[in-house]
Write a protein that binds this ligand. Structure first.
Ligand code: BTN
Length: 330
C-alpha cells in the first residue's frame, strides 16, 4: 500500500475515533481529507477487514463501534506521543521474528527510531540461543532500531535502560511492581513475564545499529504456555486477572523508552543505573552464572559497574566481569 493511501486510512480512523459518539458523514470525511467518496468507502471496508466494527447508515454516515483486540497499525500510530521512536513503523500480522526483520532493515539503512512489531511471532528468538514463545494477538513482540553514537562497550547499558522503561510501563499500566533479574529478565514473584534481546551491528569500534527486541507476555492465557516453561513464565493478565489493551501499552512503552533514552544520552548512565538497581533482585545475593558455552560460576552478585556489566565475586574473592549469561539465585 502506498504511504499516502495508508495515511488517508489512518486519518479516517482518527476522525472516527474522535467522533465515536455520533455519525460522521462521508461528505465531511471527503471534504476534510480531500478524497473521493469511493476512496472513503474502500478504506472503511479495509478497516472492517482489520477487525474494526463500523456502523454505516444511509444519510448519516459512519460511526466506530469497536476496535480489534490485538495490535493494529493504524491504531498504533494514532495518539503516539513520541518524537522519533515508532514514527517509522513496520507492522506485521504475522512474522517469524521481528528481531530478524529489524536486523535486515537496519542493514538496509532503516532510520534511528524505526520499530518492527507484530501480532503474531512464530519463531521468536531469545537470548543465548533460546526460543521465545508468543501467542497470537495477546502479546507484544517488537524490535527497536537505534543508531546511538556510543562506543561498543557502553551498549550493554541500553539493555538495562530497556528493562527500566518496560518495568515503568508495567507499573503505570497495571500497578504491578516487577523486578529485574540481571541483565534484563523481568519477573513477577520469580516468574518471567518479559524478555529483552539486544543485538549489535558494529564495525571495529563503531556501532552501526543496536536492535532491541522486547517480548512481553501481556494477555497470554495460562494454558497457552508450553509445558516446559509453564512453571517459570507468567503474563500480566495471569497475575491481575485483567486484560490489557495492547495499543496504549505499546504507545506508553515507546514514550517512556524515549524519555529515559534521552535522559541517558544527556546525563549518562549513572541515573539509569540507580533506576535499574532499585528494581534489581539479584544484587547482594548468591547466584549461579551459566555462560553461553555451558561454563558455570558461583558467587555473590556484587553489583553492576558503570558499563552495566555484572560483577560476580567467587568463593576465592576473585571478581569476574560478566557480560552475557543466564543467572539463577542459588
Ligand atoms: C530472552 O531470551 O529473554 C529474550 C527474548 C526476546 C524476545 C523478543 S520478542 C521480539 C523480538 N523478536 C524476537 O525474535 N525476539 C525478540
Amino acid at each position: 500500500m502506498g504511504s499516502s493511501v495508508a495515511n488517508t486510512k489512518k486519518q479516517i480512523l482518527k476522525m472516527l475515533y474522535d467522533n465515536q459518539d455520533h455519525f460522521l458523514s462521508g461528505q465531511k470525511i471527503c471534504e476534510t481529507l480531500g478524497c473521493s467518496r469511493t476512496a472513503v468507502w474502500k478504506h472503511i471496508k479495509d478497516l472492517e477487514n482489520e477487525g474494526f466494527i463500523i456502523e454505516a447508515a444511509q444519510k448519516k454516515g459512519y460511526r466506530l463501534v469497536s476496535s480489534p483486540k490485538g495490535l493494529n497499525e493504524a491504531r498504533l500510530s494514532i495518539g503516539l506521543e513520541t518524537e522519533r521512536l515508532g514514527r517509522r513503523l513496520y507492522f506485521f500480522e504475522s512474522i517469524g521474528s521481528t528481531q530478524k526483520e529489524a536486523l535486515r532493515l537496519a542493514d538496509d539503512g532503516a532510520e534511528d527510531g524505526t520499530i518492527v512489531i507484530t501480532n503474531e511471532q512464530v519463531s521468536g528468538r531469545g537470548r543465548l540461543g533460546h526460543t521465545w514463545h508468543s501467542a497470537k494477538g495477546t502479546n507484544i513482540a517488537m524490535s527497536l532500531i537505534l543508531r546511538p553514537d556510543l562506543p561498543i562497550q557502553k551498549t550493554p547499558q541500553l539493555t538495562l535502560l530497556t528493562a527500566v522503561a518496560v518495568t515503568r510501563t508495567i507499573e503505570e499500566m497495571t500497578g504491578l511492581s516487577c523486578s529485574i533479574k540481571w541483565p534484563n529478565d523481568i519477573l513477577y514473584q520469580g516468574k518471567k513475564c518479559v524478555g529483552i534481546l539486544t543485538e549489535l551491528q558494529a564495525e571495529a569500534s563503531y556501532v552501526k545499529s543496536v536492535i532491541i527486541g522486547i517480548g512481553i507476555n501481556v494477555n497470554t492465557d495460562k494454558s497457552a504456555f508450553p509445558q516446559d516453561i509453564d512453571s517459570r513464565a507468567t503474563s500480566l493478565r495471569a497475575i491481575t486477572g485483567k486484560e490489557v489493551d495492547l495499543v496504549p501499552f505499546v504507545q506508553l512503552l515507546l514514550k517512556r523508552f524515549e524519555e529515559i533514552y534521552h535522559l541517558y544520552l544527556k546525563e549518562g548512565f549513572s541515573v539509569i543505573k540507580l533506576m535499574w538497581e532499585s528494581r534489581a533482585v539479584s544484587l547482594g545475593k548468591r547466584i549461579k552464572v551459566r555462560r553461553a558455552g555451558g561454563e558455570t560460576l558461583e558467587g555473590y552478585a556484587r553489583g553492576i559497574d558503570d558499563e552495566g556489566v555484572l560483577l560476580l565475586e567467587d568463593n576465592s574473592h576473585k571478581v569476574h566481569r560478566i557480560y552475557s549469561a543466564d543467572i539463577e539465585l542459588s
